[in-house]
Design a protein. Sequence first.
Length: 495
Amino acid sequence: MTETTRRALLVTGAATALTLGTVSFARADGGDLVRTVSGSLPPGSPDYVYLPLELPRGVRELHVAYGYERPAVPAGTQGNALDIGLFDQRGTALGGRGFRGWSGGARKEFFVRADDATPGYVAGPLRPGLWHLVLAPYTVAPQGLAYTVTVTLRLGPDAPAAPVAYPPERARGRGRAWYRGDCHLHTVYSDGRRTPAEVAALARAAGLDFLTATEHNTHAGHGAWAGLGGEDLLVLLGEEVTTRNGHVLALGTDPGTFVDWRYRARENRFGHFAREIRRAGGLVVPAHPQATCVGCAWKFGFGDADAVEVWNGPYTPDDEVALAGWDAALARGRWTPAMGNSDAHRDPDRVGTPQTVVLAEELSRAAVLDGLRAGRSYVAESSAVSVEFGVTDGHGRTAGIGERLAVPADEPVTVRLRVTGAPPGGTLRLVTDQGVLHTVQGTDRAEWTTTAAYATYVRAEVRHPATAPPLPGALAAFTNPVFLGAGPGIGPSCR
């Protein structure tokens, strides 16, 4: 049956949302209950359109299929794209207590049962009450977005719920050491095409010690990683919180943590959710802040960030702009550690390109997050590239990446960089708050003497040969800074 839904504009505590007329299902003896709803959303529609579903008692499975028209549009004009998700009888209030799943635009149908669900959705009881589909018009063509949703309720007793297990928070490791990780990865539990098992195998092949699962707007895949880590691979959990004003990694959160995404920068709500991420033990990491896709560039500012993803996937001009912006903030006195991740979704995306190499006391969730939070890390394009970087004063005292060497302003210090796997014909660069102050080419090491008065911090870059001089070549690696000086300033406290 087709029903033309009634539209009403509903102002909630979170944002203005479009709520459609409630879809009811008459109780029947045996057989499936099916309703089809059609409608059209105009350009400028709210971000989230809620379709209420009145679930009766005795529902064993909820199945949803949807589609929408994709009319031709002029060049340079956005066409239609419609995402979808689900909230149960606990409601749609911001915070996600009733959240039961999200697939974005990755699939056109899904199901939920007590014992199982489509990847991206949370299995569990289908209790009677008012559920909601959330339709999210990502972009709308000038002609509008005509959609059709078919909801099928299959009746019968619930199957027993399956137990949920999570990966361990510690692996064997090597004690205090440099550990390699990729903290931005997708699987079939959002818009990726690989299974968690396939990603774990690729992580091992890339020489990684740890990874973080970060599906778009859902935690439903956390339990899928149980048994895929091990003594050789630590698996952390998280979410890529995908808002209309940028994406942020909730990195290393407690298993089962969900972080809501239904807000824009103008609503001034992100600080609340950043605190939620930290309360769940995770780090707040804005992802690909200069990406050019619709809604991808980071608009919330960096005041709540624990780190920032400066390098995302194969090195591109977007990453060069992000690196320059990060360095400019560093020169202004805002210290936010940088990291790099692959954001791999499917072939030919390479897991571990790039990867963040972190100095941690052990291979555990807590120790890895401590190292990332402190900036004791560098980013490399692969496990073939390793960096040794630090400074030494005249008394033999040293400081490494993410640390401070407390020296008088005019005391000379020696900066040393050594690279394993440096690209042939590439360039090593030492960068300070004044810019690039020392460069060597075609070698695997550099040494330079400076003072704290001349350089507030020093960081290193390893570059491939330039393909379009005077622009620099693509990065092969870069480090977080070493800070210099005995007085107050940016970076770690002086010791």
